[in-house]
Write a protein that binds this ligand. Structure first.
Ligand code: XIL
Length: 589
């Protein structure tokens, strides 16, 4: 094998000859070669491998463009401008029960584009940071599931550009806590391109063409879909461009689905109810993220129900995360969905002891009345004419075992602490003023049976009536979480009739029934609906969710999800006998 060519050997001979003639030059050459070798070795050790790709973002590639022609107007904090997507701080967070801020809850653009891929996809995001102290984009394998006191973290990678550092956080779908949080010191130009290369089991993040971080083997993106979120701290930033391109396999950008669902199924709950004697609206509590990201969920929501209660999206921590910040977007999406599918909206819940953002809970007692009034006026005003009725005060009664000498019946919420029982009067009067046509409800659990809770509620209602509080009705939550909660239909009917005698409407507002015994479950659902049908002042029947996969009886903080069994469709979206029981009842009416 010839290692050196004749020419090479000649050149080396010539060099040696020249070296003898010019010893200084030789030294210089040797030094240069040594420096070059050192540089090469050091370069090789650096983690900053070069990305062998053109550095210009490929936003000109229209197929992978995630901004132009796509919808970002429904994501909290985002505004579509000529320059790109402007992202402003909203401070969404899940509150802990004790009022301390819990998990961050940065918005996800479920009402916009997502990527479907089967190989390796490259996402280029060009960010222009103006006043933000942290500018973050987040790529999710699926939208997270949002509860009041918990955000179920689906696998995602979060890239946050902060002062002189880039912070990478990766959740792998097994815990609330991220699997990886790493910061790399780095200063940024105000305009920076972040390139993220994603395959089903690996993710690599580059800035300026240099590798910042990478991770393999976490299966982070095994779903083959990527959803997008962004959030800002301290000020605004701009997503100037965002584009996805295939490095291998297929990459497709999917837009938000149409919100209109076919209602042609004559056997659906809503169609059967519409043909029945009472024509009761049949409702469900609905969540925004699955509605936009899950076709089965959306189809059931729009085809089976003609009434909708936002499950969490209108609660204060989600709609009013900071003193002067209202994030109506997720609730607006639900209201739009309802309008497009001829569903009535029942608003839930204006004033509640739970699900209040940390700032509200920590607000000075002297300011709380004004905070409550502003909150109600703004939210009811925003939905005036679009939301037919409201839970103005949710769960005003204390738990039975709460010993409180001053007012044993009324829950000592942050509102009660500031105003006493008067908070209820003020809340209803404010809501009435904001939308005189909306029906105003008080809503609570454990009202279906005789006993202390029912007596307390009747007493409260009598006081409210005597004080001229504009209340229209009472929501019976009808949570039947265990066999001890089973509702006696005749008692429930009697309670509804008692309210009617006081000039008050009723509704079954949050029915869900333990499914440990499928037959019992079916019978109980049937009785709850039947009671509502029997009493003319019962205005609607709502179940608290659609599928067990997203029910409120899922065990909190458990990965993978540990579902309850309380709803009409199981976690695989298969109908249960409880659904047939309701359908049969409606058919017979
Ligand atoms: C539940 C939601 O369904 C859950 O997602 C959340 O984690 C907790 O709240 N009574 C109410 C509803 O009035 O707001 C509650 O909803 C269920 C009990």
């Amino acid at each position: 094998m010839q290692v050196f060519s004749h020419n090479t050997i000649c050149s080396v001979k010539a060099l040696v000859k020249a070296g003898r003639k010019h010893p200084n030059l030789t030294m210089l050459l040797i030094v240069i070669i040594l420096i070059a070798i050192t540089l090469l070795v050091v370069w090789d050790r650096q983690p900053t491998t070069r990305l062998n790709l053109p550095l210009v973002p490929s936003s000109s590639n229209q197929t992978g463009n995630l901004i132009s022609g796509q919808d970002w107007s429904h994501m909290a904090g985002a505004k579509q401008t000529n320059e790109g997507i402007s992202v402003m701080p909203v401070g969404l967070a899940i509150v802990n029960q004790d009022g301390t801020p819990g998990q961050a809850n940065p918005p996800v653009n479920v009402n916009g584009p997502h990527v479907v891929y089967d190989g390796t996809v490259r996402i280029d995001a060009r960010l222009k940071i103006s006043s933000a102290t942290a500018a973050a984009i987040q790529f999710y394998a699926a939208p997270p599931i949002i509860y009041d006191e918990w955000r179920y973290e689906t696998p995602s990678v979060r890239i946050s550009l902060e002062k002189n550092q880039i912070r990478i956080t990766i959740w792998n779908g097994t815990s609330d806590a991220p699997a990886i949080v790493r910061s790399t010191q780095r200063s940024f130009d105000s305009e920076t391109t972040i390139t993220t290369v994603i395959s089903k089991d690996s993710v690599a993040i580059y800035s300026g063409g240099q590798l910042i971080d990478s991770e393999k083997g976490h299966d982070t993106f095994r779903t083959g879909t990527i959803w997008f979120g962004a959030d800002s701290t301290g000020g605004n930033f701009m997503i100037q461009s965002l584009a996805a391109d295939a490095m291998s396999g297929l990459v497709k950008v999917a837009s938000a689905p149409s919100l209109t669902v076919s209602q042609s199924d004559s056997g659906s709950l809503r169609n059967l109810a519409a043909k029945s004697r009472r024509k009761l609206p049949i409702g469900a509590a609905i969540a925004t993220y699955p509605l936009l990201s899950n076709d089965s969920y959306r189809n059931l929501a729009g085809s089976q129900f003609n009434m909708l209660t936002p499950e969490n999206a209108m609660k204060a921590q989600f709609i009013h995360p900071a003193p002067n910040t209202y994030t109506f977007e997720d609730a607006d999406t639900l209201v739009n969905f309802a309008r497009q599918n001829n569903m009535q909206v029942h608003g839930h819940a204006l004033v509640f002891g739970e699900a209040n953002p940390a700032w509200m809970q920590a607000s000075p007692l002297t300011q709380r009345q004004q905070i409550m009034i502003d909150h109600i006026s703004t939210v009811v005003g925003h939905y005036k004419g679009k939301v037919a009725e409201w839970d103005v005060v949710n769960e005003p009664l204390a738990d039975n075992d709460l010993a409180d000498t001053t007012s044993p019946d009324i829950r000592q919420t942050i509102w009660y602490q500031a105003m006493g029982e008067q908070y209820i009067d003020i809340a209803f009067k404010t809501a009435k003023q904001a939308d005189p046509n909306a029906k105003l409800y008080i809503n609570d659990f454990g009202l279906e049976a005789d006993g202390d809770r029912w007596d307390s509620m009747i007493n409260l209602l009598q006081r409210l009536k005597a004080r001229g509080v504009p209340i229209d009705g009472v929501g019976f939550q009808a949570h039947v979480y265990e066999s001890g909660d089973f509702v006696d239909k005749s008692v429930l009917e009697r309670h509804m009739q008692q309210l009617a005698g006081m000039g008050l409407l009723s509704r079954v507002s949050e029915a869900d029934v333990t499914g440990d015994d499928a037959q019992q479950q079916a019978l109980q659902y049937q009785d709850l609906l039947s009671a509502c049908i029997e009493v003319p002042t019962c205005t609607s029947f709502t179940t608290w969710g659609i599928t067990d996969a997203l029910g409120s009886t899922t065990t909190l903080h458990t990965y993978p999800l540990d579902y309850g069994n309380d709803l009409l469709w199981d976690e695989n979206y298969h109908p249960k006998s409880a659904l047939s029981a309701l359908q049969n009842l409606l058919k017979s009416e």
